[in-house]
Design a binder for this molecule. Structure first.
Ligand code: GTP
Ligand code: MG
Length: 633
């Protein structure tokens, strides 16, 4: 259902099916509306930049497209290019406006109307407008804009039926003040109103498409000089936005709502840091104590230990003949190390699944509330010191959910340089949910101090790696802090749906991969080759003060770091050995799917940098921690 936006495509004709696109600022509620209108779930989170690729589904006979949030239809960033391409092709646009931020969001509205794109405005978040004590004269707004305006509360579904009904009324005014600029365009240009508007705004892909660059080049001017009236057009449009807002909005300036005050507390270091610590403790308690010790403990000892594993072993023994060829098959299926039907199933369903689901619930709740970007800001004011702007926070947060997805969302991070830094940090130091789950489980048995130590080591590595990358990569960072989302009460239905989606994706991806990995490792073991590999890794494991069997954990870690963490549950280690092992496993190479994504989104050099860098970091830091623990103990 997901189609990558073909960024530089111009309008094409002859598509039989009508299409409509949801377009608007980041975090305005497009994806919630998309879900309401089509019953297709698109990822929803309370921070800007959740949607990075276009998604389509049908609404009656119309193809409805969800797009990444943008503050303008242009080509400055990857999301904007994706959204611009969709807008140029769509037959109509549902412009989703965050009604609490009219002054910001009507810019896109007026731009769409200037482009002559048939538009219906969904005036979303009307519940929050009401809670703020603000009044918006919807009739007046509709009259001023000259297009249908439908107040909605996407999360409750209010207004969604009316929005669906009025979609066919999508329209645009005959002419707008931007028309005055068209005269300045070179003669003989073949472009519709949408493209003419983009041209006067100096949109380069459009200029290239209509050949305007070439036209101006022999006229002596710089290719876009005659076309780019961007400054003037934008200024004029902002003036119009202000006068529209003044005309239709009444009431207290969006001031200190309860969410606003709490949001401020999170941002101030004195209060924010203790809250962040409290949240970390809560995660530790939920993950480590409730889920790892109780649920996983029960699953391992009772469900698998008492019932499942003995039954499967007995069944395999009964079914397979005790003849020669059956021996390797039996080994593959039920060996104590990574038997396909025994240990692999236990790790996947008994260890990984409960922990992953629990962490998805935790992270989904935090995402829905909008606390994560704030915590990131307060706990890491030094973000710019490691060469990143505020937008990089989101991929790092997404990474805690799934690093593979996060690599895709680095698209929203300003420059190439910052994208590379963010990707590297994701690969090096951000553990994914599956991993955090197992890690928290293992650390819970050691106690809360170790949990604190683990978090501290990771933050230290994150900071150090950032500083090093910042110093060594050429270029400068651009300052750009995305507006923080408003704090909201998490919605259980969204959290549940998101968790279900992610769990299904996790099982679909991890289970087969684990099966293949386990079969491969068992085969190596049967052939005696595993011992050779483990032997080769022995100098490394010995340097960490870990037993040779940790080498097997590393082999699993080459595929996925959470497999490695799960593998550690099968070893007998002392507290400090467990800690060292977990640090190494966390910093070890990204899972192979993440590597594939880095190759797709970046290039082979970056992928190699991250992969080799992970080996070095994991063992350097692990060795350091091992040495330090020896000294303390
Ligand atoms: N109170 C309230 N919250 C809403 C409403 N619509 C959406 N939200 C919340 O706003 C947040 C953003 O919603 P999304 O649908 O992910 O926003 P989006 O426009 O798709 O955002 P991007 O994908 O980042 O561009 C989520 O936390 C939603 O639950 C609404 O009408 N009222
Ligand atoms: Mg979205």
């Amino acid at each position: 259902m997901t189609a990558s936006g073909d960024a530089d495509r111009g309008p094409t004709s002859g598509d039989a099916e009508a299409s409509a696109a949801l377009v608007g600022a980041p975090n305005a509620g497009k994806s919630v509306l998309f879900g309401r209108l089509t019953a297709e779930y698109a990822d929803v989170s309370n921070y800007p930049g959740t949607t990075v690729e276009t998604t389509a589904a049908t609404l009656g006979s119309t193809r409805l497209i969800d797009t990444p949030g943008v503050h303008g239809i242009s080509s400055f960033s990857e999301e904007e290019r994706a959204t611009r391409a969709v807008v140029l092709e769509a037959d109509a646009v549902v412009n989703v406006v965050d009604a609490t931020r009219l002054d910001r969001d009507l810019f896109v509205t007026l731009q769409l109307l200037d482009m002559g794109v048939p538009t219906v405005v969904a005036l979303n978040m009307m519940d929050e407008v009401e809670a703020d004590g603000v009044e918006i004269d919807v009739g007046a707004l509709e009259a001023t804009l000259g297009v249908p305006v439908v107040p909605t509360v996407a999360v409750t579904g209010a207004g969604v039926d009316e929005l669906r009904d009025r979609l066919p009324e999508a329209t645009a005014p005959e002419s707008t003040p931007v028309d005055a600029y068209y005269d300045a365009l070179p003669d003989g240009i073949e472009a519709g109103r949408a493209e003419k508007t983009l041209l006067v705004e100096g949109d380069e892909p459009t200029a290239r498409r209509v050949g305007a660059g070439g036209l101006a080049a022999d006229g002596g001017d710089a290719p876009l000089a005659g076309l780019g009236e961007r400054e003037a057009v934008y200024r004029e449009r902002r003036t119009r936005v202000r006068s529209v807002v003044e005309a239709v909005e009444r009431g207290p300036a969006p001031g200190r709502s309860r969410g606003g005050r709490l949001g401020d507390l999170l941002l101030r270091p004195v209060t924010g840091i203790p809250i962040a610590l409290a949240l970390l403790l809560a995660v530790f308690y939920v993950m480590g104590v409730l889920v790892a010790q109780r649920v996983v403990g029960y699953a391992e000892t009772v469900v698998f230990g008492r019932y499942y594993t003995p039954a499967v072993e007995a069944a395999v023994a009964d079914l397979l003949p005790a003849r020669g060829w059956a021996a390797p098959v039996e080994f593959l299926l039920v060996n104590d190390n990574l038997g396909l039907l025994t240990v692999t199933v236990r790790y996947t369903l008994g260890v990984l699944l409960p922990l992953v689901v629990a962490f998805y619930l935790v992270i989904g709740t935090l995402e829905d509330a909008g606390v994560l970007p704030r915590l990131a800001v307060v706990t890491d004011r030094g973000l710019d010191r490691i060469g990143l702007n505020g937008r990089a926070v989101v991929p790092l947060i997404v990474g805690v959910g799934c690093v593979t997805m996060a690599v895709v969302s680095t698209r929203m991070v300003g420059s190439r340089r910052e994208r590379l830094i963010t990707t590297a940090l994701l690969g090096l130091a951000i553990p994914c949910s599956a991993q955090i789950g197992v890690v928290a489980g293992l650390l819970a048995e050691l106690g809360v101090v170790w949990w604190g130590g683990y978090v501290a080591v990771l933050l230290g590595v994150l900071g150090a790696a950032g500083v090093v990358l910042d110093r060594t990569l050429p270029g400068r960072q651009d300052a750009l802090i995305e507006q923080l989302p408003r704090l909201r009460l998490p919605r259980p239905t969204n959290v549940a749906r998101k968790t279900a989606n992610r769990t299904a994706a996790f099982l679909g991806e991890a289970a087969p991969l684990f099966g293949v990995t386990a079969a491969a490792v068992s085969t190596l073991e049967y052939l005696g080759a595993l011992d050779a590999i483990v032997g080769a890794l022995r100098p490394l494991t010995a340097a960490l003060g870990l037993p040779a069997s940790f080498g097997e954990v590393l082999v699993l870690g080459l595929i996925r770091r959470d497999f490695a963490a799960a593998g550690m549950t099968g070893l007998t280690l002392s507290a400090s050995q467990t800690f060292v092992g977990l640090v190494v496993v966390t910093l070890f190479v990204p899972c192979i799917l993440t590597m594939a994504m880095i190759l797709r989104e970046r290039d082979a050099r970056s992928a190699l940098l991250v992969w080799v860098g992970s080996w070095v970091t994991a063992f350097a830091v692990g060795g350091g921690v091992a040495a330090a623990l020896e000294v303390i103990a």
